[in-house]
Design a protein around this ligand. Structure first.
Ligand code: PEP
Length: 249
């Protein structure tokens, strides 16, 4: 049985004061939720403070990116061990905004994924097609490529620990949600790729989130789909009441 995982991706929003205010309002609303893993993906500068204000709660904290090297001359980057050292447990990798604005490739995502797993961080690895891919009937081909390169060389145990976020790029921040049927179709396809590459037992263990304009009005129907095990939520996670409603779908 896969435990659903709902993560709020704050992107480049919230300083320490705003993050703490969010937790003060959000946490009491979801304190009795134990059947969903609740994660907040925050900017590097707020991670330490958020980890301390959410200690002993059911909220987990994720970074939104990291480098694959342990240390070195990589100005502006953060290493996996640095995240571990502040007790950060999750990291988002390969978000489409990183691919789009920072030229992150599937090869880079693969290195980061392996480094995160080696450091005992739970990766939330994002894949998804562009609108033109979908319009040209290339969704499965694009997903296959991202999966085969991005997840290459993982052991079955590592694959099972990885959370995959299926995020159609055309649905991120646009208000256009994929229909639950469109989201389910691709998530089922991703599970088939896992099965082909890592076996059916592993495929049944991997949690696959949907992301792209998730809100309280559509989360329930998405979560009812057999291959959707959670959500990665951007805009609607910035406000505590709205994100609490999503978590309590
Ligand atoms: C995201 O940031 O991953 C995302 C899905 O954003 P939004 O919910 O705003 O579309």
């Amino acid at each position: 049985m896969r435990k659903p995982i709902i993560a709020g991706n704050w992107k480049m929003h919230k300083n320490n004061v705003e993050a703490e205010d969010f937790v003060k309002s959000f946490q009491p609303q979801i304190s009795d939720i134990d059947n969903v893993e609740v994660v907040l993906c925050a900017p590097f500068t707020t991670l330490g403070h958020l980890i301390s204000v959410t200690a002993n709660t059911n909220i987990r904290i994720a970074a939104q990116n990291m480098h694959w090297e342990d240390s070195g001359a990589f100005t502006g980057e953060v290493a996996p061990g640095m995240l571990k050292s502040i007790d950060c447990k999750y990291v988002v990798l390969g978000h489409s905004e990183r691919r789009q604005y920072f030229a992150e490739t599937d090869e880079a995502v693969n290195k980061k994924l392996k480094a995160a797993l080696k450091a005992n961080l739970t990766p939330i690895a994002c894949i998804g097609e562009q609108l033109e891919d979908r319009e040209q009937g290339k969704t499965e081909a694009v997903i296959k490529q991202q999966f085969e390169v991005g997840f290459a060389g993982l052991t079955s145990e590592e694959m099972a620990k990885t959370v995959i976020a299926y995020e159609p790029v055309w649905a991120i921040g646009t208000g256009k949600t994929a229909t639950s049927q469109q989201a389910e179709e691709v998530c089922a396809y991703i599970r088939k790729l896992i099965e082909e590459g890592f076996g059916s037992e592993t495929a049944q263990q991997v949690r696959i989130q949907y992301g792209g304009s998730v809100k309280s009005a559509n989360v329930k129907e998405l979560m009812e789909q057999p291959n959707i095990d959670g959500a990665l939520v951007g805009g609607a996670s910035l406000e505590p009441d709205s994100f609490a409603q999503i978590v309590k779908f």
